[in-house]
Design a protein around this ligand. Structure first.
Ligand SMILES: Cc1cc2nc3c(=O)[nH]c(=O)nc-3n(C[C@H](O)[C@H](O)[C@H](O)COP(=O)(O)OP(=O)(O)OC[C@H]3O[C@@H](n4cnc5c(N)ncnc54)[C@H](O)[C@@H]3O)c2cc1C
Length: 480
C-alpha cells in the first residue's frame, strides 16, 4: 500500500531520503523552510545546498572510508551521488562538484518526480502527529522552534547546540612503548576496569614547550553567528593555557593518581589522558582537549606529546554551532525516536558530520521508512560496511557513559560526538593482513594493505546484504 512520508528539511539528508521513498513507490512530502525562512549559512532556495566547501572528499573506494561510502551509496541508487557525479569538477583524487549545478540537479530531480511534493515553509515545533511517519532532517542549523519541540520531548540534555570536540586518535597509532593504561587512582568506576585511560607523560621541559606552542599556535576565530563562544566545561585548551603556565597541569593534564610503570619513581610534570571513544576500542579521544587551533596546528602541536608522535587523527578538535541529538540514547537501530517512533531522524542532526555522511544517513532513513511502510524489517547493515559503521556509531557504537572519570577531571556534559566516517568505526580485522608471500608488512605498506582488506570485506558484505543473504561472519576479534 502506498504511504505518505513527510520529510522535514530539504538539505543533503532530506533530499536523499525523499528520493529513496519516492523511488520505492511511496509519496514523499518535503517541507523546506527556505526561502520563507533562512539559516545563517544557506544562501539560496535550492534543495541540497552545499553551505561551504564544494568537495565530497576522497573518491577512492579502496583506500579511504568516505570513498567507500560514495561507492556504497552509488550502488544503492543515491540521488546525491548521481547529481555529484554529473556535476563533477577537476579535483585530483577528490570528488568536487559545481555547487550550483549539483543543487539544481537535485532540486530538478525531486521537483519532477511524480511521487514528490515540495512544500516551502517552516515546520514550527514538532511535526503534527496526524502526519504519521516523518523523517526529520533539519541539519546543524535546525530552526529554533523545532529544536525546542525536540528538547521538550526528549529532555534538555538530549539536544546539543554546540559541537565541542576534542581530537580523536586511532588507537593503533599511539606508541605503547611510551603510553600506558591506567585510570586515576586505579578507580574502576561503575563500568570500568581501573585501567581505562591511555596516559602520555610529559617532563617539565616538554610541558613548558607544549604550553608555549598552544599559546602561540594559530587559531580559528568564531564566526559572528556562532553566538556565545565558550560555555561551562568546554573551554578550549589554548584558552586555558593562556590563563597561566600552570593551569593545564592543574586541569585536564594533571599528573596525580597515575604512575608510569616504566619509571615508577619519576613523577611526571603533566599527563595527557585519552579515553576510549567507541565500543570497538579502535578510537581514543584526548580528554579535555577541545580546541580552536587550526587543523594543521593541532597535528603539529599534539604530535609533540610523548606517545603521540605518530598519532593518526580520526577527527581533529573544534567548537562550532551544531544542533545534534544524543542519538545512541534516543534513537533505535533504524533511526526512530524511541519516545515517538513515528519520528525518524536523518542527517547531521543524528550526529554524523559532512555532506556525504548526512546524505548517507538520509538514504538509510528513507530505506528504513520504506521497509516499515511495507511491514518488513530491513536486515541491519553489517558494521563492516561504511554505511553500517556510520549507523552503528550513531545508534550504539559510541561509549555513552564515562565509567571512571575522577572528580575534577574534564567531564564533558555528554560524550557522544559527531563524526565523519573513518576506518576507526569499522570492526578490526581478525588478523593483521599479509602480502601475497605471507610476509607481515610494516609502515605505509601495512596501512595501505589493511585499508584494502577492510574495503574488500565491506564490498563483499554489502553485496551479500543487498542480495538478502547474511553477511560473512565478521565477528570482531581483539584489535590486531
Ligand atoms: C557553516 C557550515 C559550514 C559547513 N561546511 C561543511 C563543509 O565544508 N563540508 C562538509 O562536508 N560539511 C560541512 N558542513 C556540514 C554540513 O552542513 C552538513 O554536513 C550537511 O549540510 C548536513 O546535511 P543535512 O541534510 O543534515 O542538513 P542541511 O543540509 O543543513 O539541511 C537541513 C535543511 O533543513 C531546513 N530546515 C531547518 N529547520 C527547518 C524547519 N523547522 N522546517 C523546515 N525546514 C527546516 C534548512 O533550511 C535546510 O535546508 C558545514 C555546516 C555549517 C553549518
Amino acid at each position: 500500500m502506498t504511504q505518505t512520508i513527510h520529510i522535514v528539511g530539504g538539505g543533503l539528508a532530506g533530499s536523499e531520503a525523499a528520493w529513496q521513498v519516492a523511488e520505492a513507490g511511496h509519496r514523499a512530502v518535503i517541507h523546506e523552510m527556505r526561502p520563507v525562512r533562512g539559516t545563517e549559512a544557506h544562501q539560496t532556495d535550492s534543495l541540497a545546498e552545499l553551505v561551504c566547501s564544494n568537495s565530497f572528499r576522497s573518491d577512492d573506494p579502496e583506500g579511504n572510508a568516505v570513498g567507500l561510502l560514495h561507492q556504497e551509496m552509488r550502488s544503492l541508487g543515491s540521488l546525491i551521488m548521481r547529481a555529484a557525479d554529473a556535476n563533477q569538477v577537476p579535483a585530483g583524487g577528490a570528488l568536487a562538484v559545481d555547487r550550483e549545478g549539483f543543487a539544481a540537479a537535485v532540486t530538478r530531480a525531486l521537483e519532477r518526480h511524480p511521487n514528490v511534493t515540495l512544500v516551502r515553509g517552516e515546520v514550527a515545533g514538532l511535526p503534527p502527529e496526524e502526519w504519521g511517519p516523518c523523517i526529520v532532517a533539519t541539519g546543524p542549523l535546525t530552526a529554533p522552534t523545532l529544536a525546542e519541540g525536540i528538547r521538550d520531548l526528549t529532555g534538555a540534555e538530549s539536544l546539543a547546540f554546540f559541537d565541542a570536540i576534542a581530537p580523536i586518535v586511532h588507537r593503533d597509532s599511539i606508541d605503547m612503548d611510551v603510553a600506558w593504561f591506567q585510570s586515576r587512582y586505579d578507580k574502576p568506576g561503575p563500568g570500568g576496569s581501573g585501567a581505562d585511560y591511555l596516559n602520555c607523560p610529559m617532563d617539565r621541559a616538554q610541558y613548558d614547550a607544549f604550553v608555549a606552542a598552544l599559546v602561540a599556535g594559530e587559531k580559528i576565530g568564531f564566526k559572528q553567528w556562532e553566538g556565545t563562544p565558550y560555555f561551562d566545561g568546554c573551554l578550549p585548551i589554548e584558552v586555558m593555557a593562556e590563563r597561566g603556565p600552570e593551569t593545564l597541569r592543574h586541569g585536564p593534564m594533571k599528573p596525580v593518581g597515575l604512575t608510569n610503570p616504566r619509571d615508577p619513581q619519576v613523577k611526571a610534570c603533566a599527563i595527557v589522558q585519552l579515553r576510549q571513544d567507541n565500543a570497538l576500542g579502535t578510537l581514543y579521544n584526548m580528554v579535555g582537549f577541545q580546541t580552536k587551533l587550526t587543523y594543521a596546528e593541532q597535528v603539529r602541536i599534539f604530535r609533540t606529546i610523548p606517545g603521540l608522535e605518530r598519532a593518526e587523527f580520526a577527527r581533529l578538535g573544534g567548537l562550532h554551532r551544531n544542533t545534534y541529538l544524543d542519538s545512541p540514547r534516543l534513537l533505535d537501530a533504524t533511526l526512530r525516536l524511541k519516545a515517538r517512533p513515528a519520528l525518524r531522524f536523518a542527517g547531521q542532526i543524528t550526529g554524523c558530520e559532512g555532506y556525504v555522511e548526512s546524505a548517507a544517513i538520509g538514504l538509510m532513513a528513507g530505506r528504513f521508512a520504506v521497509a516499515e511502510a511495507a511491514g518488513d524489517a530491513l536486515e541491519p547493515l553489517p558494521q563492516t560496511t561504511a554505511l553500517g559503521a556510520l549507523i552503528a556509531h550513531i545508534t550504539g557504537g559510541h561509549i555513552t557513559s564515562d565509567p571512571s572519570a575522577a572528580d575534577g577531571e574534564a567531564k564533558a556534559p555528554r560524550s557522544f560526538q559527531p563524526m565523519n566516517v573513518n576506518f576507526g568505526l569499522f570492526p578490526p580485522l581478525a588478523q593483521a593482513p599479509r602480502n601475497e608471500t605471507g610476509r607481515r608488512l610494516r609502515g605505509p605498506e601495512k596501512a595501505a594493505l589493511k585499508k584494502r582488506v577492510l574495503t574488500d570485506r565491506a564490498r563483499a558484505d554489502l553485496a551479500a546484504w543487498m542480495a538478502g543473504a547474511q553477511p560473512a561472519d565478521w565477528r570482531p576479534a581483539a584489535a590486531e
